[in-house]
Design a protein around this ligand. Structure first.
Ligand code: SF4
Ligand code: SF4
Ligand code: FES
Length: 254
């Protein structure tokens, strides 16, 4: 292909008109036409809604954008994350910006690694009826009911591993017949596991000691006194971990 042809192709690509198909969706009962390629979150914004709450990372991580919807002729009540779910024709939807859930107060330092700690703080775990509605509703495929079972069996390590992907969206709470605040319970299980069961990592302990000993103070003071241009230069000149670096790699100044 000649250079002229390449140029012509680039020009055509740039001027190509993309046809956008609009589809109807219903937000809290009101009909809007939105592009079929949008996520629910973007469709709501396209329709004129402005998010002040119920929107955070836009990347399926923060759990702020739980959405409930139904499709015509389908009795299922569906759920999803507004930032991840693409609109469908005639979708009836609404956002659940926050679903209240009881969160126990505790002094983590005073807790032990015993499952009894969870039982004391969240006795409602034993109200679970094993209906599995929570698992069915979870947009992150957390086996919610199994996590509750693991906790009831005292297996905190299993509960922590199984609930690792929980983003605290609250959808499981919205469906729970036993009125459990699952995501708070899971968070406590993971905290106990990470803070009191897993052996401490030696390299982390060393790094914490280095911070406490003031090893980085001089460097930090220098950074605090730098202007934007100097900061940019320092950033550009920073030592980057090489690709495929082994676990024992450390920056030369560490
Ligand atoms: S476990 Fe519950 S709070 Fe966590 S992501 Fe699943 S539905 Fe959301
Ligand atoms: S929805 Fe509630 S009651 Fe049902 S299995 Fe899950 S935790 Fe148990
Ligand atoms: S905005 Fe964070 S998960 Fe959707």
């Amino acid at each position: 292909m000649s250079a002229k042809d390449v140029k012509e192709n680039v020009r055509k690509e740039k001027t190509k008109t993309v046809e956008i198909k609009l589809i109807p969706v219903y937000v809290m009962g009101k009909r809007y036409l939105v592009s079929e390629t949008l996520t629910i979150m973007k469709a709501l914004e396209y329709a004129g809604y402005r998010f002040i709450r119920g929107c955070g990372c836009r990347g399926g991580i923060c759990g702020a954008c739980a959405t409930v919807y139904r499709k015509p002729g389908d009795y299922h009540l569906r759920v999803g994350l507004a930032c991840q779910t693409v609109v469908e024709p005639d979708m009836y939807l609404t956002q659940i910006p926050f679903y209240p859930a009881n969160r126990a107060r505790y002094d983590f330092e005073k807790l032990t690694s015993s499952p009894e700690e969870i039982f004391k703080l969240y006795p409602e775990v034993f109200r679970c009826l094993a209906c599995n509605s929570c698992t069915k509703v979870c947009p992150m495929d957390v086996p919610v009911m199994d996590v509750i079972s693991a906790i009831k069996q005292g297996d905190i390590a299993r509960a922590a591993a199984l609930s690792f992907s929980c983003i605290q969206c609250g959808l499981c709470v919205s469906r729970c017949m036993g009125e459990l605040p699952q995501y708070h319970i899971f968070q406590l299980a993971r905290r106990i596991y990470g803070g009191k069961i897993v052996p401490k990592a030696q390299h982390l302990a060393e790094a914490v000691e280095a911070v406490k000993s003031g090893r980085y103070e001089e460097e930090l003071e220098k950074l605090k006194k730098s202007d934007l241009k100097q900061l940019a230069e320092i950033y550009e000149a920073r030592e980057i971990e090489p690709e495929m670096a082994g676990e024992d790699w450390r920056p030369s100044k560490a």
